[in-house]
Ligand binder design. Structure first.
Ligand code: G6Q
Length: 563
């Protein structure tokens, strides 16, 4: 059972996570190994790469450039076991209500289950419904791609605009960009921000007659998406009339009534279910724009890649389990070294939105401070996740990663084979990836810095002055994920690996990785403030005494300065 691990029993008897035997063993081990130099470890263990790397088909995880020994991994695996990770994984894959604060399953794995076996939620097999929607997505995406789906004036669709935000935007944006080399369907654009500039800039050059809007919203009540959807509707109706809506709007949602109330034809609704979390929904109907862009067969390959990672999560022992090892390394740095952030650095331009996608996947999932017993945790949970593609990042923030005062574990992600084999672009890109991981690990000692400066002919005084600035402390950890090639399949594996990493960490930290109550308060206050803004702008007297003087002052300034 998910909530009956050795740790749970210990904590229920009054202990804390840090007092559990597995955690204490790690803390003690940390004292012995925290000063170990990776340079030495590599010198002492010629087979370190082979020992600390894992592969699954086209995906390799090299985790040898970490401040770990074999014992570290063994103790981390003990922690995962005592925390009930294997049982929690079975519970998630088995459709149990692992999202306990919303009383729901988190069954995104069912969306990509290619095994043909039933997957049950509350005793009901969800797979027939999953396949029904996949069939509907295939038929529709084919029709749009082949020009058979016609707009109201009889012309085919040239541009698809996805209106969604958060989980209904970041995944599809990231994936369609990542699969840019496979994009052979109509152009796909995304509007997410409630700022009208997003809508205006995205639709500026579009022909209404050739544009299809995909309103992607699980709840169909999200303020930003509904505002954009209403604007899109007016934009279309103004050009083509009310009757055109049926040919130019489809909806991806769990809320059929709200979709019907908006005026979208029920035949154009692609359904999904409450057991699909927003940030885990790209595998569902929310992926329709992906299927339109790259074709349904490639969308299926994406699902197949993710499914392969799901099987691996379920079947590989923890010590050889890619998501589990990624999770445990994260815990090692977050909780023992005190690392506050984690950088994700794709050396692949097609993955340029991967860090942004991962920020939501990780920070919305594990940015929590109350445990499964409803108590405040006494330890650090999810880190700040950030990053930019290489090599651009090298010319921006890598300085801090190499020589700053923070320890920042990094994930480098690259593909062996490029999408575009032109000249020496790819060799150069990959040389940079490898060089960065080596530089972070090795660093440069003072003696090496001096030798280099002397070699450059500097006098003794200049050498002494400059050498300290040329020292790289090194011993800075990184993982490298190498894909044979960035394809729908390998991308599916990569995303699923991170999804599961996040889940495993949530289990160990005893937080619910599937809720997001932390986004509620601002939403609620925005509704009240919007009403106050509107009243002020209409010249009515509004009592703002419920606000602090900052919020009230800013509100008045907004109303006064509005032209
Ligand atoms: C993700 C969150 C959140 C959600 C958006 C959009 O896990 O739940 O980012 O995806 O708020 O919600 P709708 O799809 O309901 O519009």
């Amino acid at each position: 059972m998910l909530f009956d691990s050795a740790h749970d029993r210990f904590i229920r008897r009054g202990g804390t996570l840090e007092q559990t035997p597995a955690w204490r063993a790690l803390a003690e081990h940390f004292d012995h190994v925290k000063d170990l130099e990776m340079r030495r470890l590599f010198d002492d263990e010629p087979d370190r790469f082979a020992r600390f790397s894992l592969e699954l088909g086209p995906l390799l995880l090299d985790y040898s450039k970490h401040r770990i020994t074999a014992e570290t991994i063994a103790l981390l695996v003990d922690l995962a076991r005592a925390a009930g990770v294997p049982e929690a994984v079975s519970a998630m894959l088995g459709g149990e209500r692992v999202n306990w604060t919303e009383d729901r399953a988190a069954l995104h794995v069912a969306l990509r289950d290619r095994s043909g076996r039933p997957v049950e939620v509350d005793g009901v097999d969800v797979m027939p419904a999953v396949h029904r929607v996949l069939d509907q997505m295939r038929a529709f995406s084919d029709a749009v791609r082949k020009g058979r789906w016609l707009g109201a004036t009889g012309t085919p669709i040239r541009t698809v605009v996805n209106l969604g935000i958060g989980g209904s935007d970041l995944g599809p944006v990231m994936i369609t960009r990542a699969l840019g080399a496979f994009h052979d369907g109509p152009e796909v654009r995304f509007v997410s921000n409630v700022d009208a500039s997003d809508f205006v800039e995205t639709t500026r050059d579009l022909e209404p007659a050739e544009t299809l809007f995909v309103v992607a919203s699980k709840t169909f009540t999200t303020q930003e998406t509904m505002t954009n959807a209403r604007t899109a509707r007016s934009w279309l109706v103004e050009a083509l009339g009310e009757a055109a809506v049926a040919r130019h709007f489809v909806a991806l949602s769990t809320n059929r009534e709200a979709v019907a109330a908006f005026g979208i034809d029920p035949a154009n609704v692609f359904e999904f279910w409450d057991w699909v979390g927003g940030r885990y929904s790209s595998w569902s109907a929310i992926g329709l724009t992906i299927a339109i862009a790259v074709g349904f067969d490639r969308f299926l390959e994406l699902l197949e890649g993710a499914h392969a990672m799901d099987r691996h999560l379920a079947e590989a022992p923890l010590e050889a389990n890619i998501p589990a090892i990624m999770a445990l390394l994260g815990i090692w740095y977050r909780n023992f070294f005190g690392a506050a952030s984690h950088a994700v650095l794709p050396y692949d331009q097609y993955l340029d939105r991967f860090p942004a996608y991962l920020q939501q996947a990780d920070m919305e999932s594990n940015g929590k401070s109350v445990d499964r017993d409803g108590r405040r945790v006494g330890y650090a949970t999810g880190p700040v996740v950030w990053g930019e593609p290489g090599t651009n990042g090298q010319h921006a923030f890598f300085q801090l990663i190499h020589q700053g005062t923070e320890l920042i574990p990094c994930d480098f992600i690259g593909a062996v084979n490029p999408a575009h084999p032109i000249g020496d672009h790819h060799a150069t890109l990959m040389a940079n990836l490898l060089a960065q991981t080596e530089a972070l690990m090795r660093g440069r000692t003072e003696a090496e810095a001096r030798a280099e400066l002397e070699g450059a002919g500097l006098d003794a005084e200049a050498v002494a002055a400059l050498a300290p600035h040329k020292v790289f402390p090194g011993n800075r950890p990184s993982s490298t994920i190498l894909l044979d090639r960035l394809t729908p399949r390998s991308l599916g594996m990569l995303i699923a690996a991170y999804e599961h990493k996040i889940f495993v960490q949530g289990v160990i930290w005893r937080v619910n990785s599937f809720d997001q109550w932390g986004v509620e308060l601002g939403k609620v206050l925005a509704r009240t403030i919007l009403a106050e803004e509107q009243a002020l702008l209409a010249g009515r007297d509004v009592d703002l005494s419920r606000h602090d003087s900052s919020t009230a002052g800013l509100l008045r300034r907004f109303a006064e300065r509005t032209e």
